[in-house]
Design a binder for this molecule. Structure first.
Ligand code: MG
Length: 257
């Protein structure tokens, strides 16, 4: 682990979020508890809105499919008492989240709740201290910066648009999520290069996950594995296989040589 000299061919830096720019605990310790603690209030405050009613309809359809699953929580029809419907949705959301489910209906409501939370300043996107100074420096040096994260592009933009360091969206040229392909498949990195309009060897990818680093490397992308507090431990073999950095300050751009 230490300074990493970026090859001269690199013009673009592609960044993972969780475990790379942002503590891996952000989603589990901040975003998910926010939903659990605020879903009831959110439903009551947004009940009259079409979007909120559509979210509830989707959750009810999902609940119908889930009938019979262990611990299943039904959602009463809309002609039931408001309090009963709200409590049904609240209990259903808690039940789904306790099983770490990723149903479209749940993700849709969560996305809308997080948008409201960021907009009102109740939640701010976390970034490590070294991230913003490094990104500014890289951008000033002419590097193009992109994000590749499994969170949706909308969620990525909320995190950086409403971060603890303010609106950071101007730092990035673009955002990719898994609609371009899984992060553990080489083809995704070739597609990203195509979209950017460069060659894979022009890209440096920073991630905490070695399976992603492996896929990127196989596509010809340069990689560094980011070691942050709380990230999954690396095996000795993994440590030997990839350049490791513990802070973005360790990245040395070609022009700075
Ligand atoms: Mg990650």
């Amino acid at each position: 682990m230490g300074p990493l000299s970026v090859p001269a061919s690199v013009t673009t830096i592609l960044l993972d979020i969780e475990g790379t720019t942002t503590p891996i605990t952000f989603v589990k310790a901040i975003l998910f508890p926010y939903i659990q603690d605020n879903v009831k209030e959110y439903l009551l405050n947004h009940w009259q809105e079409k979007e909120c009613q559509e979210d509830i309809d989707q959750l009810r359809l999902q609940a119908e499919k889930d009938t019979g699953l262990n611990g299943f929580v039904p959602i009463p029809e809309n002609d039931a008492e408001l309090q009963q419907v709200v409590q049904g949705v609240v209990d259903n959301v808690h039940w789904q989240m306790s099983l770490d489910r990723k149903t479209t209906a749940l993700k849709q409501l969560q996305g809308h709740m997080w948008r409201a939370a960021y907009n009102t300043g109740q939640v701010k996107g976390e970034v490590y201290d070294d991230v913003v100074p490094a990104l500014r420096k890289w951008k000033e040096a002419g590097m193009k910066l992109y994000i590749f994260s499994s969170g949706s592009v909308e969620a990525q933009k909320l995190l950086f648009g409403y971060s603890i360091e303010g609106d950071l969206l101007e730092l990035y040229e673009g955002y990719f999520d898994t609609t371009i392909g899984p992060k553990v498949e080489s083809e995704s990195y070739r597609r990203i290069a195509d979209h950017i309009g460069c060659s894979t060897e022009n890209i440096l990818f920073l991630t905490d996950v070695t399976k992603e680093a492996k896929a990127a490397k196989e596509a010809g992308v340069h990689v560094a594995v980011v070691v942050r507090p709380g990230n999954a431990n690396l095996t000795d073999e993994e440590k030997a296989k990839y350049p490791l950095i513990s802070t973005f300050e360790q990245i040395i751009l070609p022009s700075a040589k």
